[in-house]
Ligand binder design. Sequence first.
Ligand SMILES: Nc1ncnc2c1ncn2[C@@H]1O[C@H](COP(=O)(O)OP(=O)(O)OP(=O)(O)O)[C@@H](O)[C@H]1O
Length: 302
Amino acid sequence: MTALVCENKLLSTSHLTKTYKDYRAVDEVSMTINKGDIYGFIGKNGAGKTTFIRLLTRLIEKGSGNIQYSTREEIKIGAVIEGPVCYPYLSAKDNLKYYAIQMNIKEKNRINEVLEFVGLANTGRKPFKDFSLGMKQRLGLALAILNNPEFLILDEPINGLDPQGIVEIREIILRLNQEFGTTVLISSHILSELSMLATRYGIINDGKLVKELTASELEQECQQHIVLETSDSQQTIDILTASGYKVRSEQNVITLKEKDSSMPKISKLLFDHGIYILRFYSEEENLEDYYLDLINRGAGHA
Ligand SMILES: Nc1ncnc2c1ncn2[C@@H]1O[C@H](COP(=O)(O)OP(=O)(O)OP(=O)(O)O)[C@@H](O)[C@H]1O
């Protein structure tokens, strides 16, 4: 493996590619994950998230490209991919004991510590098969953090969870990141949830990483915009464009990346040209809108 020494970078991939027959499930993905990131990995079903994660964890062989680490050492990775693999008739503690032996973890108190951390300390002899989905996911997390990984990879960890379960998983991830500095890659298509966690985003579509951006860049991108419908859309677009506004339109609905303080000026401009305003309001884009917009526009590579 090629090692690239860099202060803040924990891991990066360059042109990572995985092909099944002649289909590129992961297509030349060059991604950077910095130390301390909670990296939100976004993509619709079949976009290539799980395949990319399986490449990172070396569950499958790459086709071409590289995975590069910040140091010459291998980093300690913990992962929950496609749900935890646990023994159905064993308790939480016994499942952890089994994995601790496999991983050669000798620290006596580690299992109790981890059970406490994920809120499963009081599950006693209850077997895994009788756990709720939320408990199962939390045990998966416990297994993944047993060896104190510096990089934690979670594939759709909140899929199918109820609101309470989602909050519990979110709090565990935030504590891991803030108290222990664990870098986290979390894939999800529940974008509202990711936006409560992520410090950085990567958006994958048809195997290609179409965009990488930080949470504050996303905030900038999702800034307030104005939505407008008028008696004559084409003339409105022409007038606004001639006045220097950046305009987008879809089915007679015109959108401008402007703050609501520009509304009086715009309405006067249109009024002076004899255009009637039918609808006029400002709104803020969220991660979901941004994502759909980006995918539908078919953005180029990051
Ligand atoms: N072992 C395999 N053999 C053939 N094709 C595969 C294999 N694994 C994945 N694919 C294909 O690669 C593409 C990406 O799949 P992947 O599971 O990585 O997507 P995903 O983004 O994780 O989607 P989901 O959210 O549904 O899990 C899909 O078209 C899938 O059918």
